[in-house]
Design a protein around this ligand. Structure first.
Ligand code: MG
Length: 410
């Protein structure tokens, strides 16, 4: 078994005794939960390593490689452990390793906060706000239908609502779970013709003070993205998300003249991918996915860079981030001045049952637990009632084709 370099300093005496992984799907997507146990009775930490499309590969990296290396280490040496685990693979990085590292890293932060008797946000600098403003999702095919849904969300207390539009004849992202069939295809022109118009009508129809967001989901070319942003420039969106794919990120410079706030980053798996956009102030919101990026240890450095460059954070928090991951998001949101907005799913009853302490939006806000650590628990027995889908059952991302039949990004 590979062992990590010994620490040339005196340990606190507490040691990691086990690293265990669990798969469960109470919300639908597979959640990979990491539990790091220690030699101190009752002291353990939980982390989220959920990558819905590569779950079993992430689990193997933890179970077969990283977890065994952690045994016997002082769980308090988080920075050192993170760097040693990262360096243990000569070809560092990638989303699979990022998720594996993140599951362990967040569990170590949970342990540190529990050992200190403090909520995690307190270790990250303490509270700077009472709650984190959250946004919810709505979708529909016509403006009137969408306006009703936005009004319902506003009535539930949300001030920020992401609006996705179903476009006849094309397979629009986020406009219904069944919209992506085997014969689904993507037609950029149909999207560009209809979506700005519907968003404009929605803007006119929703209550004053409602903030609208939209996710392009990397479906457009750079030229199409410019056209889209010009068409929605007067709608005062809170942000337009992923107007470009990560592979086209160099084109963000060409979009900066538009007046639409831009959000980017949920597909990045290394914090260094954000740097060109952050340093040149080419985006307004960093979409941080803590699991993909290797955990809180690298992410808190990115958050500091965002603050220094006037960019706000908008952590990724849809239904495929477990409640443990969402609690880690919330610890950042509550402690970072650069916080902008938090994406929030509505937890199912099953999720609330498996993860006591799951953050739940109330009046459009998420509030952190004041109990030590992340404040979320995990019921292993109940988790077994919700087995994860088979790997082949969540490969829908690979189904999309463009109008000419060529493969298209999801
Ligand atoms: Mg998105």
């Amino acid at each position: 078994m590979t062992v990590l370099a010994e620490a040339p300093w005196t340990s606190t005496g507490t040691k990691v005794t086990a690293v265990r992984t669990f798969l469960t799907a109470p919300q639908g997507p597979p959640y990979l939960v990491v539990r790091v146990e220690t030699s101190q009775p009752g002291l353990y930490g939980l982390g989220c390593a959920s990558d819905p499309q590569r779950t079993l590969a992430v689990r193997s990296v933890i179970d077969d490689y990283l977890g065994p290396m952690l045994l016997g280490r002082d769980p308090g040496d988080i920075e050192d452990i993170h760097r040693l685990l990262l360096n243990s693979g000569y070809w560092r990085g990638g989303s699979i390793e990022g998720n594996a590292l993140a599951g362990i890293d967040v569990a170590l932060w949970d342990i540190k906060a529990k050992a200190a008797g403090l909520p995690l946000f307190s270790l990250l600098g303490g509270r700077v706000r009472e709650g984190a403003a959250a946004y919810t999702h709505v979708h529909g095919s016509e403006a009137d239908e969408i306006i009703d849904l936005v009004e319902a969300a506003v009535t539930r207390g949300f001030r920020h609502v992401r609006v996705q539009v179903s476009v006849p004849g094309t397979d629009t992202y986020g406009a219904g779970p069944l919209s992506r069939g085997r014969d689904g295809h993507w037609d950029s022109l149909a999207y560009l013709r209809m979506v700005p118009e519907v968003l404009g009508a929605v803007r006119q129809g929703v209550p004053d003070g409602t903030e609208l967001l939209h996710d392009v989901h990397e479906r457009l070319t750079p030229a199409q993205a410019r056209r889209f942003l010009a068409a929605v420039e007067d709608l005062h969106l809170f942000f337009a998300e992923d107007v470009l794919a990560p592979e086209d990120a160099a084109h963000f410079a060409g979009l900066r003249a538009c007046g639409v706030p831009l959000a980017m980053g949920e597909l990045f798996h290394d914090v260094s991918q954000f740097l060109p956009l952050v340093q040149r102030r080419l985006i307004d919101f960093a979409r941080i996915r803590i699991p993909a990026l290797g955990g809180l240890t690298p992410v808190r450095k990115l958050v500091a860079a965002c603050e220094l460059n006037g960019i706000r954070i908008a952590p990724h928090g849809p239904g495929d981030v477990s409640p443990i991951g969402q609690a880690a998001n919330l610890a950042l949101d509550i402690s970072a001045h650069s916080f902008g907005i938090q994406e929030a799913a509505t937890p199912t009853e099953a999720t609330l049952d498996v993860f006591p302490g799951t953050p739940v939006p109330e009046q459009g806000q998420l509030h952190p637990s004041l109990t030590p650590g992340l404040g979320v628990e995990f019921d292993e027995k109940k988790a077994r009632r919700y087995p994860p889908p088979e790997p082949g059952d969540h490969d829908r991302w690979a189904l999309l084709r463009a109008t000419d039949g060529s493969a298209h990004r999801p």
